[in-house]
Design a protein around this ligand. Structure first.
Ligand code: WT7
Length: 645
């Protein structure tokens, strides 16, 4: 197998890029010829960013799983599709060849059907990183059900909100999940999420930890029992549902600047082509390579670069259940050594955390199989970049710094491994089909350099195949969030710099969204959760630089009465109580790192919180707060400065 649209040289990149912007429809329709269609499209692209409307390959019929499984069965059915490494290195790993994965997906598609699930239904998937998660996702796609995977770190309340928003009728989960030393009781979280829920009809439970679980008659069924029924009927194939190119493939919830997560919707055809194209080109995958993306499938990175990108390329993808630091901080290097991994794709936060353990855990592992390294999720600082380059890549592996978002479905700005130049902490060049533009707050293109660089808000001018199609159940929200800030542009929410070569460096969010360990967290969501805690009068949440997480969460909280001497205990205890509330409402990933009790917040005369000031204080820039004369009560600033944690 070879990839006719794999870019092989810098010159070819430049040529392809040029072609892709001169005639995007023609460019993508040529690439799309290399996929399996049940019916070809009549219109390659139809769009306007006003509504917004983005339609690619209109009229085409397909099923993404035929492109990820069926088309490889004959020639490469016996090559590994998924290599699964368990949490505990003592436990045996599993290998699913394309043939095996196909069978399992078809069987589980029958299970879904037998349980009343059909095309268009929303299925919530809340599982640990086991092969059954991949099987569940693909089986949904096979029957045309819309999957919505929820990361295992979200709380019952978050799940409940998402179930309601998606009007989901079905759930696939596990009894529990292993993560390092922890055993997370997933089914029990689901049970809490289902209290009072009236839409969910069936919960399918896969066995992993064999933690005791409650199984409600008529609602809850065991994965294994259901599979047995299918096996006794001798069913091994499942005809792939015929999907329209623009039918939704999945929903993935993500945070924004409002208090409520948005259900980002991706389509079947455009998403497939873009995930595949970017996987093959950015990582320069060669048949036989082992690709190890360390993300969780609960995030977009796992969707696109553990599952759909690699599988649609007939690649071998490695799926890891555990965490980078258990049983020790050499776990990634152990896996690279054990499976002769060729491509390693991880997050700057993981690199920084592993750096902290020194070189001891790296030594003694043979990393010579590595050819390409990648990072994603947040800007990578130069120190981490150099450590990754020297100690992991041994200076012979190109590092791809891939910038993209849940909404973009795949990588938009990145160097191509070994093909286009890398530059430490720069994402560099746009991929073919991607037309970035930097604008000022009024939406005018930045044409003047500042200290030798263009600096502005990062927008995209033209749709690429995996553009967000809508936010589930609320198209207007999609418009106002992404397409209304600047006319005729998709606004990313990120700020960026551009140099004279056209290289981009993403500097971080310009909205009220935090990036904590590569996870996107809306400050408004955290504030809502804190404010739900009894005794909290008001709160304001900002980010601050954190050595390992990139950004930490800093919360300023007004607590009723005096938090120092309170009938509920000491300030420390109240802090713990508040953390508990945030864990209940959102999940442990949103817990503030610091909580400072204050008697007031800096507000303008119209009552708006001056976050700029709070951010500066949290960042430690106490002497450089700028103009505070417009504040209602300038005295609170001194109090807050003095109480800084
Ligand atoms: C936000 C998107 C895309 C998968 C992981 C996160 C930040 C992402 C980079 C990068 C600098 C990056 C941006 C973006 N981001 N990659 N290479 N350099 N920043 O997906 O949760 O949708 O978050 O992550 O701020 O907007 P997400």
């Amino acid at each position: 197998m070879s990839y006719p649209y794999q870019i092989k040289s810098y010159e070819q990149y430049q040529k392809d890029y040029q072609r892709s912007i001169e005639d995007p429809a023609d460019f993508w329709s040529e690439i799309a010829q290399h996929f399996t269609w049940k019916k070809k499209w009549h219109t390659t692209l139809n769009w306007n960013f006003k509504e917004p409307k983005v339609e690619w390959f209109k009229g085409a019929k397909l099923n993404i799983t035929e492109n990820c499984l069926d088309r490889f069965l004959e020639k490469s059915g016996d090559i590994p599709a998924i290599i699964w490494e368990p949490n505990d290195p003592e436990e045996h790993h599993r290998i699913l060849t394309y043939k095996k994965l196909y069978e399992k997906v078809c069987q589980f598609a029958h299970v879904l059907k037998n349980n009343g699930i059909k095309k268009g239904d929303r299925v919530c998937i809340y599982m640990g990183m086991i092969p059954e998660l991949a099987i569940a996702v693909l089986a949904c796609a096979r029957i045309g059900a819309i999957h919505s995977v929820i990361f295992g770190g979200f709380s019952a309340q978050s799940i409940s909100d998402r179930l309601f928003d998606a009007q989901a009728e079905f759930i696939v989960t596990c009894d529990g999940a292993y993560r390092g030393q922890k055993d997370i009781p997933l089914k029990s979280v689901i049970d809490d999420a289902l209290i009072g829920n009236r839409t969910v009809k069936k919960v399918i439970v896969s066995t992993r930890t064999r933690t005791a679980v409650s199984m409600i008659k008529g609602r809850d069924v065991w994965w294994e029992d259901e599979i047995k029924k299918v096996e006794t009927m001798g069913l091994t194939d499942f005809p792939a549902e015929e999907m329209d190119a623009e039918d939704p493939l999945f929903i993935l919830y993500t945070s924004g600047s409002t208090g409520k997560p948005k259900g980002v919707v991706h389509s079947c055809a455009g998403y497939m082509i873009y995930a595949n194209y970017t996987f093959i080109n950015v990582f320069q995958y060669q048949p036989g390579d082992i690709h190890f993306c360390t993300a969780d499938i609960g995030w977009i990175t796992g969707h696109s670069y553990i599952l759909y990108g690699p599988l649609s390329a007939g690649a071998t993808t490695l799926m890891f259940e555990g965490v980078p630091t258990w049983p020790d901080a050499g776990r990634f290097w152990d896996i690279v050594d054990k499976y002769r991994v060729n491509i390693l794709y991880t997050a700057p936060t993981a690199i920084r955390s592993l750096m902290g353990f020194g070189l001891g855990p790296v030594h003694g592992h043979d990393l010579s199989s590595l050819k390409v390294l990648g990072t994603v999720g947040e800007p990578i600082n130069e120190e981490a970049w150099h450590w990754y380059n020297e100690h992991i890549g041994k200076k012979k592996c190109p590092i791809v710094d891939t910038w993209w978002q849940t909404e973009t479905g795949g990588i938009l700005i990145s160097n191509l491994a070994g093909i286009t130049p890398a530059k430490a902490s720069w994402a560099t060049l746009p991929l073919p089909g991607v037309q970035p533009i930097l604008v000022d707050d009024q939406g005018h293109e930045i044409v003047e350099k500042e200290d030798g660089l263009y600096k502005g808000n990062l927008c995209i001018k033209h749709p690429w195949p995996a553009t967000i199609r809508t936010t589930y159940g609320d198209h207007e929200r999609c418009r106002t969030n992404y397409f209304a800030t600047y006319e005729n542009l998709y606004f990313t929410g990120d700020g960026a710099l551009k140099d004279e070569n056209g290289f981009y460096r993403i500097t971080g969010r310009v909205d009220d969204v935090l990036n904590v360990s590569g996870h996107r967290i809306g400050t408004a969501e955290v504030e809502n959760a804190i404010n739900m805690h009894s005794g909290v009068v008001e709160s304001a949440v900002v980010g601050y630089p954190h050595d390992i997480k990139g950004q930490g969460i800093y919360a300023y909280v007004i607590y009723q009465g005096s938090h120092q001497q309170n009938s509920h205990g000491t300030a420390d205890l109240i802090r713990k109580d508040i953390l508990q509330t945030v864990t209940r409402i959102i999940g442990a990933i949103a817990k503030p790192d610091k909580i400072q009790f204050v008697s007031g917040l800096p507000k303008t005369r119209s009552g708006k919180i001056m976050r700029r000031i709070l951010r500066k204080i949290a960042e430690g820039e106490i002497d450089n707060l700028g103009d505070t004369t417009t504040l209602l009560d300038p005295n609170v600033v001194d109090e807050i400065k003095n109480g800084k944690l």
